[in-house]
Design a protein around this ligand. Sequence first.
Ligand SMILES: [Zn+2]
Length: 240
Amino acid sequence: MYSDRYSRQIMIPEFGDDGQEKLTDSSVLIIGAGGLGTTLMYHLAAAGIGTIGIADHDIVSASNLNRQYIHFEDDIGSLKVISASRKLRQFNSSLNIIPHATAINKDNAYEIISQYDIVALAVDNAQARMIVNEACVELGKPFVDGGINGFIGTSVFVNPHETPCLACLYGTELPPEERFSSLSSVVGTIASIEATSVIQYLLGIDIPLSGKLLYYDAKEALFERIPIEHKADCPICGNK
Ligand SMILES: [Zn+2]
């Protein structure tokens, strides 16, 4: 039924034509078009997820190019969502790519997130993470998060009311803003893990990071999967 394009993934027993059809009919919102987001969008577009939204307000700068390889030198000064959308449409013209040229904030989070089946969070700050966490818990929308600091990476899958949320994991007090160091290969590893969680969810198969934190230490080539405790008094998801 599907063209040669997806033949190698349709061979996977959990996929088949049915799985491919599920991806075609699905929508994902990627929040952040930086290092994590740009790797994520290539994986999700390659897999054939029918509708991909991208939310980001930033413009491409030279300092992005060490890890954000969807943007080219000619794109410096352009909106990241426009640069990324243009490349993704060339890469897979059968997909519906929707740019949202805005930062996700308390005013727009609900309206934008509610249009999608699942959210892939790819931001570098705790404030955006907490806004999305709260909106997704409120909307009952599953999401995957990823984070990077140098050789350390983390990822977690949250399915509201089934798993603990990010406030259970990190608390609600925001840490001071800082600029994290970032290496393309480590960013790519975490983004790939996020993309796999999204695909597992959309296929309806087990998600090994559901309610668990993946901790990756690239210096030691070490992966750990740490269970997260649900906090009954969590101000976001507790006792709901
Ligand atoms: Zn919680």
